[in-house]
Write a protein that binds this ligand. Structure first.
Ligand code: SF4
Length: 403
């Protein structure tokens, strides 16, 4: 047995999550120096970037892109702030962006405006001649940080010591995990999933095995399992800080779904009370939430789906319809702007962006572009050889299952 009772370590990204929350609804980009006051960890940058106005930064990015031309592509995740997102050549969720990155064979440099695990996945899927760059190395992900490699390796050892091999348990990891965790899945007969194909990967896993270990988001795992009709008493949560995850061998043997005790700090803010308040205000509201939300919020919503699903549903909705949305505020604000004939609002009255996504300030984008113009590659993301090979196995299984 490898796990034991240990001190609970809350990821620093989780502690920092509310750093940019506001009640006045204003998410205007400030100078980097002013934004440093938020008190989170930022990567150090040369001093000249600190005082540049948003307009100066914007002009600098536009000029640098003109000079660098096709050798650089910029990818922008839906949760990026507008002043970064507008420079993106491609936008989407993490998986769509990684695939797009792998298709851009001519681009020597892929600047990923997102968070660390996304840049890693882009590196795994991109060609050997391409370099992926993350503008700010402090842009992590609290959910991903909740599944540390050593803890997951210990848990896997414990589970297989109780249960046996691959026909007893298969690991599934959500895209929002480190390359190390994807590689662990690849090595152990497992698979990667996204929020839009988690059910297909459950089916794939249950064709091979009696159980799944789902990492790192307990809510996506639980919502998927319940939607597939798996009874609640066959779903348990693995606590990495407790002996054997907090369960007896009998309980582990009875379980069909073992959920890692992780969550998204952004999506767990949405509650059934917020949903009820939106229904009180707008009786004809359509409530749509992301499956990283809690079961309670998912049960109270009308529609549940991935970021791409939310974008599609609202974009294609009839004029005059009303949408209460449970996902990251930068995307909700953008959807509201792009759909002026509809009422689109965030279910959470407090404006609370993902604090790691938000750390891609446009000055960081300018910094890495300036670096490339000077012949310097700042913040390259490189997954080591064997980890990349194993992670690619798990990613390829997902592609084979879900296309
Ligand atoms: S929204 Fe949640 S899962 Fe996505 S990067 Fe932020 S903390 Fe991670």
């Amino acid at each position: 047995m490898t796990t034991g009772s240990r001190q609970i370590v809350i990821p620093i990204t989780e502690l920092e999550q509310s750093a940019f929350c506001k009640t006045d609804g204003n998410l205007r980009t400030l100078t980097l120096e002013e934004e440093f006051q938020a008190g989170v960890r930022w990567q150090k940058v040369p001093i000249r970037y600190l005082k540049m106005t948003p307009e100066e930064v914007n002009d600098g990015v536009v000029s640098a892109r003109e000079v660098l031309g096709d050798q650089v592509i910029v990818l922008g995740h839906h949760y990026q702030r507008e002043d970064v997102f507008k420079h993106a050549d491609f936008s989407g969720d993490s998986y769509k962006l990684s695939r797009l990155a792998s298709e851009q064979k001519d681009a020597e440099y892929i600047i990923f405006c997102g968070v660390h695990f996304m840049a890693e996945t882009a590196d795994v899927l991109s060609g050997p001649q391409q370099t992926v760059i993350l503008p700010n190395m402090a842009a992590g992900c609290s959910m991903s940080d909740m599944a540390q490699t050593e803890d997951v390796e210990d848990a896997w050892e414990d589970l297989t010591s109780v249960l046996g091999g691959e026909d007893e348990i298969v690991p599934i990891t959500y895209m929002n995990s480190t390359a190390d965790i994807k590689a662990l899945c690849g090595r152990n007969g497992g698979i990667v999933c996204t929020s839009s194909n988690a059910d297909l990967t459950f089916d794939w896993s249950f064709e091979r095995s009696k159980r799944v270990l789902f990492l790192p988001d307990q809510h996506l795992g639980r919502n998927t399992a319940l939607k597939m009709g798996i009874p609640e008493d066959e779903i348990i949560v693995w606590n990495p800080y407790a002996l054997m995850g907090g369960h007896s061998p009998e309980v582990i043997r009875r379980a069909r779904v073992i959920l890692w005790q992780g969550h998204c700090s952004v999506h767990t803010r949405f509650t059934s009370q917020q949903i009820q308040a939106s229904r009180d205000k707008y009786p004809d509201v359509n409530v749509i939430v992301h499956p990283e939300c809690t079961r309670e919020a998912v049960d109270a919503a009308d529609y549940v789906g991935s970021t791409e699903y939310i974008v599609k549903m609202i974009s294609e909705a009839p004029a005059g319809s009303v949408w209460g949305v449970g996902t990251e505020i930068n995307l909700v604000n953008r959807l509201a702007k792009e759909n002026p004939d509809k009422t689109v609002f965030c279910l959470d009255p407090i404006v609370c962006p993902c604090a790691t996504m938000y750390r891609i300030h446009p000055a960081y984008l300018l910094w890495v572009l300036d670096g490339l113009m000077a012949g310097l590659v700042i913040n390259p993301i490189k997954v080591d050889g064997q980890t990349a090979i194993d992670a690619r196995v798990a990613l390829q299984r997902m592609l084979d299952v879900a296309g």
